[in-house]
Write a protein that binds this ligand. Structure first.
Ligand SMILES: [Zn+2]
Length: 179
């Protein structure tokens, strides 16, 4: 991706969505709630009350946090990354890798994770958006320039994630040498 081109677009998106997240009611359907097949259904105003501002901006407004600013791009503990909106397990630390992008990056979703992918043509770019299937929250995008074994790079916003440490696994890997 062309960073010079994408930066101003990201900034515009951030300003637009921040205003929308904090000030106005987003459009809602006839039932007053956003809903999906798996049943986590809340109105946009309920989401805004429950979620931290940045999580709301990413999950509900499809925003993107600035690179190198989130909690998890340089996070190396063992455990599971859950959806910050609904708590569903989405990614596993075993599948995380150093992408150098400033966003947490995974080469595959956690086993059994409910993730939806669909094509996103916004901002003049064709990308594949990644969403939490349970609550419909926007997580980030998936690109085909990741490492083996999948060749995929799930580029996910830290603000869309909530890390749950697995102390058992941390102890297990202490005896392993990386050299
Ligand atoms: Zn969710």
């Amino acid at each position: 991706m062309n960073k010079l081109l994408s930066f101003p677009l990201t900034l515009i998106a951030a300003v637009t969505c921040l205003a929308s997240c904090s000030a106005q009611d987003a459009p809602i359907d006839a039932n007053g709630a956003s809903s999906d097949s798996s049943g986590v259904s809340k109105s946009e105003s309920e989401w805004r009350e429950e979620l931290p501002h940045m999580a709301c901006f990413v999950l509900r407004e499809k925003g993107t946090e600035r690179a190198f600013t989130g909690d998890y791009w340089d996070h190396h503990e063992k455990g599971v990354y859950q959806c910050a909106g609904c708590g569903h397990a989405l990614f596993d630390s075993d599948h995380k890798f150093e992408s150098g992008t400033g966003w947490p990056s995974f080469f595959q979703p956690a086993e059994g994770a409910s993730i939806t992918e669909h094509e996103d043509d916004s901002w003049g770019m064709r990308r594949v958006e990644v969403l939490c299937s349970a609550c419909g929250g926007h997580l980030g995008h998936v690109f085909e320039d990741g490492p083996r074994p999948t060749g995929l790079r799930y580029c996910i916003n830290s603000a869309a994630l909530k890390f749950e440490a697995d102390s058992t696994r941390s102890e297990e890997i202490q005896g392993i040498r990386f050299d």
